[in-house]
Write a protein that binds this ligand. Structure first.
Ligand code: MIC
Ligand code: SF4
Length: 650
């Protein structure tokens, strides 16, 4: 019998029952969870609704990193609520200012061989130290905190064999941008990526984490590196060598597919507007004027990334036409830069220093000017995510970002004329966990701080016996959760569903017409069901379950699409919205906005088999039959019929 991949080994060691079979529904024990504040308040409201006294995981951490701008009381209200729930339920609480959840989790908590479930799509960052780390919706994470096993389709494992060594000025970011050019942002549901081969040893842990972080952009379940000497040195430097164990795939492991990447042959790349898979070489873009450069985010804000940027800025200051801002990923990184003089080099070089938080990556400030070219070391450049309509956001490595910052133009960093700064991982990182608050002993009374902007957990209605629907909107391919539920200035309403629901699909609103939310509410209040029609890869991007909760609140009960992304599908099911697939040949254009979509016995049809026959009547046209398919497991189907997962646990 063939050997196992590392992902299979870790998943199999966490099975809670049954046999392990690729593609089949599998349940695993979750060792650690993480929540961040933007998805965490809802997850905590759900955890309270589930009703466990204390979390049942080995470790659960609640971070505050997304909503830190504090315009109005909402953000601070959220922080106080989260801090009190963390204390009451036995979680660690990482205070605002301590940094971005994924960077901190890698530094302080991640451990090879463990499982981590996080209410953020970039949770696989910790795959950089040999952990199976998976992003999920808040309710799935709340369930895991309550000790309920996590359900997933055992993934096909794509092996990425790394050979060679990155050349100076070529970065880990270029590795993942290259892979995005091969695998794209769609079509990878049900797959995971495992890195192996001789090139692995040449990459530091933060470089590996940059690569696993952006597996999220390909829609894979997780991305994992082996745990080797480099991992050990990183954990030792964090004072956590005890967490280390050597882990790798079996020598005769069989991958579903193998991609070869020669690190030595890669060159600086950029993801062009407005998708992470719209890849071109920096050479091709060279000379394009750049107006803004932002360095940071959970992808590229490690000590190594920041040192590189500081060293370049020490030799060349920022160009007069560029606004440069830098957000170091954690307090550890920021304090080390402050102590070794690198922060001063950044400041002298003309950088604007931002808080250690997500900040501009999630549209919390630093929106670029109209038409401005913005280079970012982040992981997403979906249209409008910067906060500026028609934005021109490019995703690049810190090397390419700083080269543009000092020249004012897209510049291949290899042509900067500078000696590449040498970097050696410190033998000891500055370890100070004083901004991570441990919970009090079990049984200590804790008052939950619930100010007026903290709403209630979602209430979801059972699935109707008959569908009397209207197609509220018909959409194309690659609709992201940023389209469905915008972040930016709306992010502060995450704790309050009726308020946040007003922003559903607001990017498609037209002046002088009712908003999407207003129209959906009218259909709902008339006793009908809202339906969304879409193309390929519906629900790309974030893990935000609000992209299902708020549509449910507006009366939406089905999404008919060509295909769906993993986390969003789970969120739809969790909140009682039916994901339906067009049957081949899929042609979403058959349904027009405003069409009536009827099914007199939808519950019955769902229970009888995979096929669902709908009647569709486009405005002013004769009705026709449309055959769709549901791909729900028996358990998922029960959840949808009950009106979601929370409805079932109550
Ligand atoms: C993102 O990068 O889009 C976010 C904000 O981190 C989301 C989570 C959220 O919407 O709160 C994610 O990636 O899951
Ligand atoms: Fe934060 Fe951006 Fe990372 Fe999301 S992608 S966790 S917003 S830094």
């Amino acid at each position: 019998m063939a050997g196992n991949t590392l992902i299979e080994k870790i998943l199999q060691a966490h099975l809670t029952g049954g046999a392990y079979q690729t593609g089949a529904e599998t349940k695993i024990r979750i060792d650690q969870t993480l929540c961040q504040d933007a998805t965490g308040t809802m997850a905590c409201l759900e955890l309270e609704a589930i009703g466990v006294a204390r979390v049942k995981t080995e470790l659960s951490v609640i971070y505050v990193d997304h909503n830190t701008s504090q315009f109005g009381p909402e953000n601070h209200n959220d922080h106080l609520y989260l801090q009190s729930v963390a204390a009451a339920k036995g979680c660690l609480f990482s205070r605002p200012g301590n940094g971005i959840c994924h960077q901190i989790h890698l530094e302080r908590f991640g451990a090879p061989g463990k499982t981590l479930l996080g209410s953020d799509s970039h949770t696989p960052t910790c795959g950089g130290i040999g952990m199976v780390a998976i992003g999920a919706g808040g309710l799935d994470v709340a369930m895991a905190m309550a000790g309920v096993p996590f359900k997933l389709a055992a993934p096909k494992v794509i092996g990425v064999k790394l050979n060679g060594k990155l050349q100076p000025w070529v970065a880990a970011k270029d590795v993942i941008l290259h892979l995005l050019s091969v695998l794209s942002t769609k079509g990878n549901v049900g797959c995971a990526i495992e890195y192996f081969g001789p090139g692995v040893a040449s990459l530091t842990v933060p470089e590996r984490a940059t690569i696993t972080n952006m597996g999220a952009e390909m829609g894979v379940t997780t991305s994992v590196f082996p745990s080797d000497k480099v991992t050990r040195a990183f954990l030792k430097a964090q004072g956590r060598e005890v967490a280390w164990q050597a882990l790798a795939a079996d020598k005769d492991a069989v991958y579903d597919r193998v991609l070869d990447v020669d690190l030595s042959a890669l060159e600086p790349l950029a993801a062009c507007p407005s998708s992470p898979d719209n890849i071109r070489t920096v050479r091709e873009l060279a000379g394009t004027k750049v107006d803004q450069v932002l360095i940071g985010s959970c992808t590229n804000s490690s000590f190594k990334d920041m040192m590189l940027v500081a060293e370049v800025l020490a030799q060349k200051p920022v160009a007069p036409g560029v606004s440069l801002a830098i957000a170091p990923g954690s307090r550890q990184v920021l304090e080390m830069l402050a102590k070794n003089g690198s922060l001063a080099k950044m400041i002298q070089g003309g950088a604007r220093i931002l808080e250690s938080a997500c900040g501009p990556c999630i549209g919390q400030g630093m929106s670029p000017a109209s038409g401005a070219v913005s280079l970012r070391t982040f992981n997403r450049n979906f249209a409008g995510r910067t906060g500026t309509k028609g934005d021109q956001a490019y995703l690049v490595s810190p090397e390419t970002a700083v080269a543009a910052a000092v020249t004012g133009r897209f510049t291949d960093p290899r042509g900067l004329g500078l000696t590449p700064p040498a970097f050696r991982q410190p033998a000891k990182f500055l370890v100070d966990d004083s901004m991570i608050l441990p919970p009090p002993l079990a049984g200590t009374p804790v008052e939950i701080v619930r100010k007026e902007t903290i709403g209630a957990p979602p209430v979801c209605k059972p699935y109707p016996a008959a569908l009397d629907g209207e197609a509220l909107v018909t959409l194309g391919d690659k609709i992201t959760t940023d389209h469905i539920m915008p972040a930016g200035s709306f992010l502060k309403f995450r704790s309050n569903i009726p308020v946040y629901a007003k922003a559903v699909f607001n990017c498609f609103n037209q002046e002088g017409k009712p908003t999407f939310a207003e129209h959906a509410a009218t259909v709902r209040d008339a006793g009908r069901h809202g339906i969304i029609v879409a193309g390929d890869s519906y629900g790309q991007g974030s893990s935000r379950e609000h992209a299902a909760i708020c549509p449910h609140y507006l009366g939406i009960r089905a999404v008919i699409a060509v295909s769906f992304e993993r986390i969003h599908t789970a969120n739809l099911i969790n909140f009682g919205i039916l994901p339906l697939f067009f049957t081949a040949p899929a042609d979403p254009s058959k349904i027009q906005a405003g069409a009536r979509i009827l099914c007199g016995n939808i519950r019955e049809q769902l229970q009888q088999g995979a096929e669902v026959r709908l009647t569709v009547q486009n405005p002013g046209q004769p009705a026709f039959n449309l055959l769709c398919q549901h791909r729900l497991s028996p358990e998922d189907l029960k959840e949808v019929l009950a009106g979601g997962r929370l409805a079932r646990t109550e």
